[in-house]
Ligand binder design. Structure first.
Ligand SMILES: Cc1ncc(COP(=O)(O)O)c(C=O)c1O
Length: 473
């Protein structure tokens, strides 16, 4: 068939809707290498406001994941959007080798805030995405310790660049690409609902941290030269609350004990706050709940409320002073771009004024209490927990323990189909799934969510859950 005949034949076919046309183009021309095709059910969104996303038909979706906790301050936050608009008219572009006011003020605001909290002077280095900042932190660790081996947690997630995936637990992210740097040694996370050691929290006496400590007892455990006291590992990468791993909240004493062990052997603690920072857990940095001071922090996501992304590392002065981390140590064209730093600066100002430290825990407690009521009625909900507005709902079989990925996926698709009716009109629900068995709803609603919206969210969730149980018991 000639090209012309083909075109004529195609134009004789019934016209596709705009939605189908777009999906066809996506299927042909977009790489499937990102995470869009994790889901079989695709939707196309058109606008957003507050806690809601809207599709092209105008259907409203209550969003309980907010771009994996990047949009903590709500879609189209007027104040943050305004800061970006102003910056577009003032200084929209500038090569990162030159200075602009917003970069300097943002770095100073974060560093001063950290100093106030942890009584530790440090500096800020910017980059573009979370994984890129993780890469920068690896360079800092390597330059300070001379070590390229790291500890990290099973279930931990630090990004998908080659360096970041070496300290991310899943082999799935490395399988096709091989190794670029040395892989981390992965240590069990204190995931008490599914304890790696089969212990019960009430009686375990923190068995898991004691097991970690035992690694240093003899040189034959492969981490320490007991003669010199030198450890082969440079840093331990942690998430204070594990994000992608399923919003797992460790026992409050855990990290203090861990830090004590790390200090003994001069191992740095790198605190990845990319997902849990910026009041997600009710404190500016999630690590504040645990009473330890990190050596390095990695920030991203909500720093700009998802607008013109930038990321950052904060490090103690001794690790990042110009003497040890000199000009050109790391760089990216867009790293401290004016739009991102303007949004970040306004985010920091907003945080100072909004009282999230009081409001977020209150909302979180209410949300968790409503979810626990659901749990008492549905045996398929094995666990509910939360810290601030980082909430987890673990979906299981009727025994309340065996992970049920199929039901979790079914509920997710039902939410995404936009055919729920709770609250008196056709609506959808946006849910994110995480966890070691991909059976945990990791809820990260807007920090501005109201009690009424929480009630609506729980009603929508219950409706999706009921329909899901009927479809995939
Ligand atoms: C804890 C944590 N670290 C690092 C990253 C990687 O950030 P990015 O996706 O911006 O590269 C993520 C992303 O989800 C994350 O949750």
């Amino acid at each position: 068939m000639s090209r012309k005949e083909k075109i004529l034949k195609n134009s004789a076919k019934p016209k596709l809707t705009e939605f189908d046309e777009l999906l066809k183009l996506e299927s042909n021309y977009c790489s499937w290498g990102d995470t869009v095709h994790y889901s079989e059910k695709l939707n196309i969104f058109d606008s957003a406001e507050g806690v809601y996303l809207y599709d092209k038909k105008g259907t409203e979706y209550l969003d309980l994941q907010m771009w994996y906790s990047a949009v903590n301050f709500g879609y189209k936050n007027p104040r943050l959007n305004e800061a970006l608009k102003k910056q577009i008219d003032k200084l929209p572009q500038l090569a990162c080798q030159y200075l602009h006011e917003e970069k300097i003020k943002l770095a100073a605001k974060i560093a001063k805030r950290v100093e106030m909290t942890f009584e530790e002077k440090g500096r800020i280095h910017f980059n573009v995405g979370g994984a890129a900042a993780v890469e920068d932190s690896l360079k800092l660790v390597r330059s300070h310790t001379g070590k390229n081996l790291m500890f990290a947690f099973m279930g931990g997630y630090h990004g998908r660049t080659l360096g970041a995936s070496a300290i991310t637990s899943s082999y799935r992210y490395r399988e096709k690409f091989g190794h670029f740097s040395d892989r981390a040694m992965f240590i069990p996370y204190p995931y008490c609902f599914r304890c790696s050691y089969g212990k019960k929290r009430e009686f375990c006496d923190m068995y898991c941290i004691n097991q970690f400590e035992k690694l240093f007892e003899t040189e034959y455990h492969s981490v320490l030269n007991t003669k010199t006291g030198k450890c082969e590992f440079g840093a331990f990468y942690i998430e204070p609350v594990q994000g992608t791993g399923g919003y797992i909240i460790p026992p409050r004493e855990y990290f203090a004990k861990l830090k004590e062990i790390l200090d003994r052997y001069n191992i740095l603690l790198v605190d990845d706050e990319i997902q849990m920072g910026f009041f997600r857990t009710g404190k500016l940095w999630a690590i504040e709940h645990f009473g330890v001071v990190p050596d390095i922090m990695v920030l991203g996501k909500a720093l700009t409320n998802g607008l013109n992304p930038i990321s950052a590392i904060w490090a103690k002065e001794k690790l990042i002073s110009p003497k040890v981390f000199g000009p050109g140590s790391t760089h990216s064209t867009f790293s401290s771009n004016p739009l991102g730093t303007a949004a970040g600066l306004e985010t920091m100002k907003l945080i100072e004024e909004e009282g999230f430290a009081v409001k977020v825990p209150k909302k979180g407690e209410y949300f968790v209490s409503r979810l626990r009521q659901l749990r008492s009625r549905y045996p398929e909900i094995g666990d509910v927990d939360g810290l601030g507005l980082a909430l987890r709902v673990e979906i299981c079989r009727k025994d309340g323990y065996t992970p049920n990925k199929k039901l979790t996926d079914t509920i997710t698709d039902i939410g995404l189909s936009g055919n729920l009716s709770a609250g008196g009109k056709k609506r959808g629900l946006i849910l994110d799934v995480g966890g070691y068995h991909k059976n945990v709803f990791t809820l990260a609603p807007s920090l501005y969510i109201t009690e009424k919206e929480i009630d609506l969210a729980v009603d929508l969730f219950e409706e999706a859950l009921k329909k899901g149980i009927a479809a995939a018991p």
